[in-house]
Ligand binder design. Structure first.
Ligand code: NCD
Length: 366
C-alpha cells in the first residue's frame, strides 16, 4: 500500500504528526511554497465534487507542484470500458501522486494496488472518505483542544455517509470517546462499524432517532446530508430527506461550547441562520481540509521518494483470502463486480462468529 485508502491505516501518532505539519504550514506557508516543485498530482474524479477536488488542487499548487486530471469520469476512457486498474497504471506514468474519487466501492484500493504512484481515496461510494476525516480531526483539535472524553453525535444519513464511517473509525481509537448515532431507522450506521470498530474498541454508544433528546449531551454535533444519489428507491429518499433540520431554536438545548460540523455540501439540514452561531465550524473544516491535504501529500511523496515513475505494469501481490474462494461479494456497488477478473478476497474478523468481510468494500460475506 503506497497511498491512503482507509483512515485506519494511519496510527494516532501519524495523525498527530499530520496535524502538526498542517499547523506548521498554517504558521509558515512560505516554508512549504516549493516543497513539491516539479511534482504532479492527478485528480481523477468519477463523481461530483467541489471541496475535495479543489482543495487537493489548491493544496498541490500551494506546495509549488502542478495538477493534471479530470472532474468528470465521462470524459475519461472509463466510458470506453477501461478498467480502474489500467487507468491507474496509465496515470502513474504521468503523475507522482493521485487523488481518486469513485462511485464504485473499493476502486481507489484497486488503483493503489496497480499503480507506482500513491493513490489517495477521495471518497469511494458510500464506503470511506479518509481525507475528509483529516479535515474533521484538525477542526476538532483546533476547536476543542483534545479528542479524549468527547461525546460526538452523528446525525442524518449514517448508512451512506462515507465521512461518518471514516470519522468514527478514527475517533474510536481515542480514550473515553462516546458516540450518539441519530438517524431514522432506515439510515442507521452500518453494522460492521458497530461490531468491528465501535464495540471492538469498547466505545460507549447509543443509537436514537431524536436530535432534540441527544442535543444536551453533545460536545460535537456532526450533521450530514441525506445522500440522495445512493438510494435505489427514490421515494424512500423523498420520505427521509428532511428527517433532521438544525435550526437556531434547536440549539437552545446544546452546550455553549458544543461545535457543529458538517462535511458539506449542505442542502437544508442546517438552516443558514445557524451559520452566525459561533459554534458553527463547518466552513473552518473546509480550510483545515486544504492544510491537511497538503500535509498528506508531503508525507506520501516522502514515502514514495526513490520509487520513480515507471511504465512497468505493477503486478500486485495476491490478497490473502481467508474465505479460500468460498464466497463472492454480494454488494452490487463493490468493484469486484465491475473489474475484470478481480480476485475476490475476504478478511476473517471473528473466527467464532465466522464473520468475513470483503477486502474491497467491507460488505459481510453471505
Ligand atoms: C462529502 C462526500 O463527498 O462524501 N463531501 C465532501 O467531500 N466534503 C459529503 C456529502 O457529499 O454529503
Amino acid at each position: 500500500m503506497n497511498g491512503l485508502i482507509d483512515i485506519a491505516e494511519l496510527s494516532i501518532e501519524e495523525l498527530d504528526s499530520l496535524m502538526d505539519v498542517a499547523e506548521d504550514i498554517i504558521a509558515n506557508p512560505d516554508k512549504y511554497a516549493e516543497s513539491c516543485k516539479g511534482k504532479k498530482l492527478a485528480t481523477l474524479f468519477f463523481e461530483p465534487s467541489t471541496r475535495t477536488r479543489l482543495s487537493f488542487e489548491a493544496a498541490m499548487y500551494e506546495l509549488g507542484g502542478n495538477v493534471i486530471g479530470f472532474s468528470d469520469g465521462t470524459n475519461s476512457s472509463a466510458v470506453k470500458g477501461e478498467s480502474v486498474a489500467d487507468t491507474a497504471r496509465v496515470v502513474g506514468c504521468y503523475a507522482d501522486i493521485i487523488a481518486m474519487r469513485h462511485f464504485i466501492e473499493g476502486a481507489p484500493f484497486v488503483a493503489d494496488r496497480n499503480c507506482v504512484a500513491p493513490v489517495i481515496n477521495a471518497g469511494d461510494g458510500g464506503h470511506n472518505h479518509p481525507t475528509q476525516t483529516l479535515a474533521d480531526l484538525l477542526t476538532i483539535r483546533r476547536e476543542k483542544g483534545r479528542f479524549e472524553g468527547l461525546t460526538v453525535g452523528f446525525c442524518g444519513d449514517l448508512k451512506y455517509g462515507r465521512t461518518v464511517h471514516s470519522l468514527c473509525t478514527a475517533l474510536a481509537r481515542y480514550k473515553n470517546v462516546k458516540f450518539v448515532f441519530i438517524s431514522p431507522d432506515e439510515l442507521r450506521v452500518p453494522s460492521y462499524l458497530i461490531y468491528e470498530v465501535i464495540e471492538k474498541n469498547g466505545i460507549e454508544y447509543v443509537e436514537c432517532s431524536s436530535l432534540d433528546e441527544a442535543m444536551p449531551r453533545l460536545d460535537i454535533l456532526y450533521m450530514t446530508r441525506v445522500q440522495g444519489e445512493r438510494f435505489e428507491d427514490k421515494a424512500e429518499y423523498e420520505r427521509l430527506k428532511d428527517s433532521y433540520i438544525l435550526t437556531v431554536d434547536k440549539l437552545k438545548n446544546a452546550k455553549s461550547d458544543m461545535i457543529i460540523l458538517h462535511p458539506l455540501p449542505r442542502v437544508n439540514e442546517i438552516s443558514v441562520e445557524v451559520d452566525y452561531d459561533s459554534r458553527a465550524c463547518y466552513f473552518k473544516q473546509v480550510l483545515n481540509g486544504k492544510y491537511m491535504r497538503m500535509a498528506l501529500i508531503l508525507k506520501l511523496l516522502e514515502g514514495a521518494a526513490g520509487h520513480g515513475i515507471s511504465a512497468d505494469a505493477v503486478r500486485p501481490e495476491p490478497l490473502v483470502d481467508d474465505a479460500k474462494g468460498k464466497f463472492v461479494c454480494h454488494n452490487p456497488k463493490c468493484i469486484t463486480h465491475t473489474e475484470q477478473e478481480l480476485q475476490q478476497a475476504f478478511r476473517l474478523l471473528d473466527a467464532e462468529k465466522e464473520i468475513l468481510r470483503c477486502k474491497y468494500c467491507e460488505a459481510r460475506a453471505k
